[in-house]
Design a binder for this molecule. Structure first.
Ligand SMILES: Cc1cc2nc3c(=O)[nH]c(=O)nc-3n(C[C@H](O)[C@H](O)[C@H](O)COP(=O)(O)OP(=O)(O)OC[C@H]3O[C@@H](n4cnc5c(N)ncnc54)[C@H](O)[C@@H]3O)c2cc1C
Length: 544
């Protein structure tokens, strides 16, 4: 799947290959599982979305236009709507109901680091809030922070800074603008036999600057590393000046300030350039499926692989609920045959594992062989490449399906965390119990599915998907209550507030539980130095 179009304000679709269709098998399964009454709940037409008039005074527009040029500043309805919020369930609920109250007053598109730095300094003087905008795929309210002083706000769209400025093949480094999307970068690198290999599910639309600002993780991050691991250097334009951070290949010159920019979510300024570590394009890839009798057996096997440094590049272990849902919602003879095989071998309520290896053919086959022997010792059954390749083919499809489910009266949202191998089972139980409890109403239960999405030597991340019959009267409250309970529970059990979605506006009330009140004060002090007027994405990351 490859979508090079624009995201719509009300969802992800339309899918390039019709992937958003809900199969009859899936519909039957969801009705049975959730007690769901399928119904039409379409979004309001785009022209009925409510948008407040821009609050930018004409003299402010004139100053900004003088700096950027008329074509690079827009107060038009269409531009403002396109930059309203991100793509969380709550964002989509609001936009589908016709509410775009968080839309910026204008959209600016600077073309260079110097222009961005000048724009930030000017906005500081004018008292205008600035929200950097990459692909607009934030799922944690990273683009919907509220300013305590209610000042006018502009979005800084990075689309004009989307070119590759240097490829240093001997050093495996590429220098690139923050507005570039993954597919464009991979196309260009591929022509030189290189790849970045960062593939989050939002890959079609998210940008490189957004990945750095949120500390993203991709589907192959177990192997190639998280996005933070791939950033060797970056330029951060702030209201107080420009910082050049990072020094490849390594440096011991004091604390690494690069880490301050990674995950800063637009609160310190705008990332205007990135130097990323790339690698040779893989010559071989093997994706395969395995099955375990239970979640505990699957976790134990991953732990063994991790201990022996044998985790694959892609590691996804689904729990029994996610496995059952995937198998029952898939139509076709292949899925039926697989269900039959698993039942016959006593894995009818088992857990599927997808592993993917990429690289040089000899290394790939040696790694896959070594892992297979550990997995067999742990009681796993090898299901072969069909299961792995099927996952690979459909790996960007789920967001399109979410639109369809929201059109039919369902709530669909995800949340994620990570914990050490010892804490992982407790975190898993705690978060699932809370989600189930808070989303059960009138005897109808939600579907709570979970998979391990990334493995580390010391632990793993958990990614949960929740589907429930929507409360049509109070849909926001329905999810907010569940999310609050689940977040409290996962923190109490030893999980992290977020493994890769970032903090945004949604998680900021809990940040002090993750880094402590002193940690929050340190971040505030840094922000005060770089952004003295507090114009950079206020209402995000730092607690009130
Ligand atoms: C369907 C779906 C699937 C997803 N799957 C994944 C996944 O697999 N892995 C994952 O890690 N995340 C995933 N996400 C979350 C999201 O895609 C990531 O957080 C991504 O890194 C955001 O990139 P973006 O360019 O869209 O940033 P935006 O959404 O535009 O911005 C995100 C935040 O970063 C700030 N920002 C953006 N660009 C800059 C910049 N140049 N300088 C400073 N600040 C900036 C913004 O102000 C905002 O606070 C998913 C989201 C969706 C909707």
């Amino acid at each position: 799947m490859r979508n090079q179009g624009e995201l719509t304000i009300q969802g992800w679709g339309p899918a390039p290959d019709g992937a958003q269709e809900l199969s009859k098998a899936a519909r039957r399964y969801l009705v049975r599982e959730l007690g769901w009454t399928p119904r039409e709940t379409p979004p309001v037409p785009l022209d009925e979305i409510r948008l407040k008039p821009s609050r930018l005074e004409p003299d402010v527009v004139a100053r900004l236009t003088d700096l950027l040029g008329e074509e690079n500043l827009s107060t038009e309805r269409e531009a403002r709507l396109k930059h309203a919020g991100g793509k969380s369930y709550l964002d989509l609920l609001r936009h589908r109901a016709g509410d775009a109250s968080e839309a910026p007053d204008a959209v600016a598109a600077p073309g260079s680091t110097d222009e961005t730095a000048a724009l930030l300094a000017l906005c500081g003087d004018l008292g205008v809030v600035v929200v950097p905008f990459g692909g607009g795929t934030s799922v944690v309210g990273g683009l919907t922070g509220s300013d305590p002083f209610d000042r006018p706000c502009i979005t800084v769209d990075l689309r004009r800074m989307a070119t590759i400025t240097n490829v240093d093949v001997p050093s495996s480094l590429v220098t690139v603008g923050p507005g570039m999307r993954g597919p464009e970068l991979e196309d260009s690198l591929g022509r030189q036999g290189l790849t970045l290999g960062h593939l989050p599910q939002s890959w079609e639309f998210a940008t490189l600057g957004g990945y750095a600002a949120t500390r993203s993780a991709g589907q192959a991050s177990t192997g190639v590393g998280r996005f933070d691991d791939l950033v060797e250097g970056l330029t951060l334009a702030t209201p107080s000046g420009v910082l050049e951070l990072g020094h490849p290949p390594a440096s011991a010159a004091g604390p690494d300030l690069l880490g301050l920019a990674l995950g800063s979510e637009g609160t310190l300024g705008v990332i205007t350039e990135l130097t990323l570590r790339v690698r040779p394009k893989p010559r071989a890839s093997v994706y395969e499926g395995w099955s375990f009798r239970s979640w505990a057996a699957g976790l134990a096997a991953l732990q063994h692989l991790a201990r022996h440094d044998l985790l694959a590049d892609v590691v996804r272990l689904s729990d029994a609920d996610e496995t059952r849902a995937n198998l029952l919602m898939a139509s076709g003879t292949g899925a039926r045959a697989l269900r039959g095989t698993l039942r016959a071998r006593g894995h009818g309520e088992g857990c599927l594992l997808v592993l993917g290896w990429e690289g040089l053919p000899t290394i790939v086959s040696a790694r896959a062989r070594a892992a297979a022997s550990v997995l067999r010792d742990c009681g796993a059954i090898r299901l072969g490449s069909r299961v792995g390749e099927s996952w690979r083919k459909h790996r960007f499809a789920a967001p399109y399906l979410r639109d369809t489910l929201m059109d039919r009266g369902l709530m669909v949202e995800t949340l994620e965390t990570a914990a050490t191998w010892s804490a992982l089972p407790t975190v898993y139980d705690a978060v699932r119990d809370e989600l189930r409890q808070s989303l059960t109403r009138d005897g109808r239960r939600p579907l709570v599915m979970c998979h391990v999405s990334h493995g580390y030597a010391t632990g793993a991340s958990l990614y949960l998907t929740v589907v429930a019959d929507r409360d049509d009267d109070l849909p926001m409250q329905q999810w907010l209550t569940a999310k609050r309970a689940a977040t409290d529970a996962l923190l109490a059990a030893g999980g992290t507030l977020t493994h890769h979605h970032a903090v945004g506006a949604d998680h900021r009330p809990w940040l002090d539980r993750e880094i402590g009140p002193l940690g929050v004060e340190v971040l505030r002090a840094v922000k005060q130095r770089l952004d003295p007027h507090g114009i950079c994405n206020p209402g995000v990351l730092l607690p009130e």
